[in-house]
Design a protein around this ligand. Structure first.
Ligand SMILES: [Zn+2]
Length: 426
């Protein structure tokens, strides 16, 4: 696969995956195409060596694996969620001539970039169908239906110096005009709107709506950017880029290559959920793969986890935010992340293995540690390493604007990571 084909596929995946549910649905489609067999957690599993399988949880996390005779697994971990504005259960607010939506920030979101964007809405809706069965379905409105207008500078002369953003009052997207708010016949009906979306997106007539997990997203498409297409600009590069790279890797190896790929939900809020990395999904799956405890521990001790999550590239306008000796640059290779307090799980042995594979392929790597006077972020790496006792390395593609509504990475680095992951597995 050429770098151009690889990157074109990445852009398509980013655009088609506005929520973890959609990302999981798209990954499932790719796994089925690649011949993976679907497993259900509530069924009995009868795994056969030389086959490849996948299983989902909550429709927002996925594990795919080859069931190989050899047991030294390369496990690739990523996460399906990204910071966003999540719709509240009773979202409709009618005031000042408009209808707006109440939202709750999800994850460590950078709020300022969400202003003045053309926003759409996507996610999961749960409902009673025509046969009185509770079901759920995914919707994606696709067109721009809302925006969060900035406050004009004339009304806040200090905006460029002191503006802060109140997450409760300042970021409610407006979606339609309703001049006479007392006129019920003209009133915006949110349930009717959702029912229309269920018809349009899933051809479903819902009798009654119960609950939803819907998020706003920026409708601007992912694109190449720069004089020489140096960069990729998109929403959700953290961490759908790593999902895409990990997924393509496992789809590219043969059935007898021991590899497992996991993409978990809820990393941006600490991973503590049934479908998050602190939950039981991976452990349950591994225990079912390797029946007895002796075998399970042996496999964990001979395997390695590559936790793939984006890394902070040095910002050319804010370079002092990095340690000068550990300032990764875009298009200069995959970043190896180290932290003395184990916010990253890399150790000298796993780093050495990763560097050895990269250099044997002629791929560059870079090092990152946080400045010693700043707090370090974390990933699914340390959580999984602690639970399973598996040797782990935290790596990722250097990225700018992380947790913004639009992030930026180099157009060489994801492909380089893909090549290293394939090299690692062989
Ligand atoms: Zn991330």
């Amino acid at each position: 696969m050429t770098k151009q084909d690889f990157n074109d596929g990445l852009l398509g995946f980013l655009d088609a995956s506005p929520t973890p549910f959609h990302a999981t649905q798209n990954m499932v489609g790719m796994l089925l195409n690649a011949g993976f067999i679907k497993l259900d957690e509530s069924d009995t599993w009868e795994l056969k060596e030389g086959q490849k399988y996948f299983v989902t949880r909550n429709d927002s996390s996925v594990i795919a694996f080859t069931f190989a005779h050899a047991r030294a697994y390369t496990i690739i971990g990523a996460h399906t969620d990204s910071p966003n504005l999540k719709l509240k259960p009773n979202p409709v607010i009618k005031e000042h001539g408009v209808v707006k939506f109440g939202v709750e920030p999800y994850g460590g979101i950078l709020l300022a970039p969400w202003f003045d964007r053309d926003l759409s809405l996507a996610g999961r809706v749960s409902f009673l169908d025509e046969n009185n069965t509770i079901k759920d379905a995914l919707i994606d409105v696709k067109k721009a239906i809302a925006t969060i207008p900035s406050l004009a500078i004339h009304l806040d002369r200090e905006a460029n110096n002191t503006r802060s953003i109140n997450a409760h009052t300042d970021i409610n997207p407006i979606c339609t005009c309703q001049v006479d708010l007392t006129e019920e016949s003209e009133a915006f009906d949110f349930d009717a709107f959702l029912k229309e979306q269920l018809v349009a997106c899933a051809n479903i007539n819902a009798k009654e709506l119960y609950a939803h997990e819907l998020s706003f997203y920026d409708t601007q498409k992912a694109s190449f950017l720069g004089l020489k297409d140096d960069f990729i600009a998109s929403a959700r590069i953290d961490n759908l880029l790593s999902c895409y790279v990990g997924l393509l890797s496992i789809c590219s190896v043969s059935e007898d290559t021991p590899m497992l790929f996991i993409a978990s939900d809820h990393e941006e809020v600490g991973s503590g959920s049934t479908s998050g990395a602190a939950g039981s999904f991976l452990q349950n799956t591994l225990k079912r793969m390797f029946g007895d405890y002796e075998e399970f521990v042996k496999v964990m001790q001979s395997s390695v986890l590559i936790s793939a999550d984006n890394a902070h590239a040095v910002h050319p306008n804010f370079s002092t935010k990095h340690d000068a000796n550990h300032a990764p640059k875009m298009n200069e290779g995959v970043v190896i992340k180290v932290n003395a307090s184990q916010r990253y799980a890399s150790n000298s042995r796993t780093v050495s293995r990763f560097m050895n594979v990269a250099s044997s392929l002629g791929e560059k790597t870079q090092n990152f540690v946080m400045r010693s006077d700043m707090a370090c972020g974390s990933t699914i790496g340390p959580i999984t390493a602690a639970k399973l006792g598996i040797d782990t390395i935290d790596i990722g593609v250097p990225t700018l604007g992380m947790h913004s509504v639009r992030e930026l990475c180099g157009s060489d680095d994801a492909y380089s990571l893909y090549k290293i992951l394939l090299g690692f597995a062989h």
